[in-house]
Design a protein around this ligand. Structure first.
Ligand SMILES: NC(=O)c1ccc[n+]([C@@H]2O[C@H](COP(=O)([O-])OP(=O)(O)OC[C@H]3O[C@@H](n4cnc5c(N)ncnc54)[C@H](O)[C@@H]3O)[C@@H](O)[C@H]2O)c1
Length: 438
């Protein structure tokens, strides 16, 4: 492919192609072409994933606990297909053919015959283990068993399956029939053949599949929660408002600000993640503290007409809410945080440096194979501005020595949450760049 006159667009295109080069996957490995799928759980994600599967021409058996749940899933798939027709992405005939590819069942035994089963039931470890144990009995010996978990330990889920080499994580993003990104989560036992078949499937869905390792939040959500959202919470306690933070990040080029994103996807989701996480791990203060306080008051976002913002009935336009500012102020007071409203430029810098530092740490941990994979993840799953190439590319543009110096500066002010990733120090000492690791 010839390079255009836009180096960042060229970089992004290469990054999105390079996700196909997976360490440990033999070059000419012939991917098995999957044609028959089953999806367990006909909720938000199950319906979206099923839509993507039929769009790629697979047949789907959609399974849930009872007829009512299955019917809700089917209605959602039909709505998705209708809107594809309205947008000109499918003809009415194509939509009809795709709808005909879906059959339903209320018993996991009906997975027999599927070449891949994607589990999208509630985010509960015991339940997912039960499903994987059932699948080990009822699915064929060659069937790939995939989990769509977004936060649970994949190793613990697949430990319940008898064939780890055929088990894998496929982390779709919501809405699953729209969002391009899928993190392909490689467990300790996942075979190259299983990865190759899933990679091929995701490509046929016209999505971007990035292979990542197992760890809290995989790659994208680890950087989001431990980096971006944690910093947003510090900023809120210091007196920045959701409006100021969101406007600053829109100014940087994000499609949406972090507070509006939380409200849209549901404030209860990260609040629950915090609760689960803190049962066995800790994070530097104030990890999702404001989020927790909002969720505790039923401020779960757009669906509750209040979250970081308030909303009018039937309208998604965010309005500033003095109650939220009061909640932040009282949390700051309780925790002895000095109020010192940061500038917009500082908001952007602190959020982006946190995202960058965590991304570099993930490279060291081997959860991400290369910097450009991280960029492909943030561009396709998190609304990162394409014109900036992704957080790793942006770090190189800033210059790693400058990045390190700024992080050290914030460490002097804020402590351990700003500890530079060891790989960042090494690259600076060598005078190298992240691009050199691609
Ligand atoms: N919603 C998101 O934004 C999002 C994004 C990425 C990943 N995920 C993950 O996807 C999974 C599903 O999330 P969701 O938002 O679609 O949940 P949901 O509540 O909308 O749907 C879950 C469905 O699973 C069904 N179910 C429960 N037990 C079952 C069983 N034993 N057999 C068959 N079906 C059963 C429920 O009846 C329900 O229809 C979770 O693991 C979640 O963490 C969600």
């Amino acid at each position: 492919m010839t390079d255009s006159s836009d180096p960042i667009a060229d970089y992004v295109r290469r990054a999105e192609q390079d996700v196909r080069r997976v360490p440990g996957l033999p070059e000419g490995l012939q991917a098995r072409v999957l044609k028959k799928a089953a999806v367990i759980g006909a909720g938000t994600m199950g319906a979206g994933i099923s839509t993507s599967l039929v769009n790629a021409g697979l047949s789907v058996t959609l399974i849930d606990v009872d007829e009512a749940a299955v019917a809700r899933g089917i209605a959602a798939i039909e709505r998705n297909l209708d809107s594809a027709v309205k947008r000109g992405n499918a003809t009415p005939e194509e939509a009809k053919e795709r709808r005909a590819l879906v059959t339903t069942a209320t018993d996991t035994k009906q997975v027999a015959g599927a070449e891949i089963v994607i589990e999208a039931v509630f985010e509960n470890l015991a339940l997912k283990q039960q499903i994987f144990a059932d699948l080990s009995r009822h699915a064929g010996p060659d069937t790939i068993l995939a989990s769509n978990t977004s936060t649970l330990d994949l190793e613990k889920i697949v430990a319940a399956a008898v064939r780890p080499e055929r088990s894998i994580g496929l982390h779709f993003f919501s809405p699953a029939h729209v969002m391009k990104l899928v993190e392909i989560v490689r467990g300790r036992g996942t075979s190259p053949e299983t990865i190759a078949a899933c990679r091929d499937l995701i490509q046929r869905m016209r999505k971007i599949g990035v292979v990542v390792g197992v760890g809290f939040g995989f790659v994208g959500n680890k950087m989001l929660l431990d980096g971006y959202f944690r910093e947003v919470e510090v900023l809120l306690l210091e007196g920045a408002t959701p409006t100021q933070i969101d406007q600053a990040m829109l100014g940087y080029g994000f499609a949406m600000g972090p507070c509006a994103v939380s409200d849209m996807s549901g404030v209860d989701v990260p609040a629950l993640i915090r609760k689960e996480l803190f049962q066995h791990e800790t994070r530097p203060f104030p990890y999702l503290l404001v989020t927790e306080a909002l969720a505790a008051r039923g401020r779960n976002g757009v669906k509750a007409a209040k979250g970081f913002y308030r909303y009018e009935a039937g309208d998604r336009t965010p309005h500033a809410d003095a109650d939220v500012l009061a909640i932040c102020e009282s949390l700051a007071h309780e925790n002895g945080i000095a109020r010192q409203v940061p500038s917009d430029a500082e908001i952007v810098e602190r959020c982006m440096l946190q995202v960058i530092n965590l991304g570099i740490a993930l490279l060291d941990d081997g959860l991400a194979a290369r910097p450009s994979d991280i960029d492909a993840i943030w561009l396709n799953g998190y609304g990162f501005p394409r014109a900036r190439g992704g957080p790793m590319h942006y770090a190189d543009e800033l210059g790693l020595a400058f990045v390190l110096e700024r992080i050290e500066g914030y460490r002097a002010r804020y402590g351990a949450a700003w500890t530079p990733a060891p790989l960042l120090r090494r690259l600076v000492a060598e005078g190298s760049s992240l691009a050199n690791l691609n």
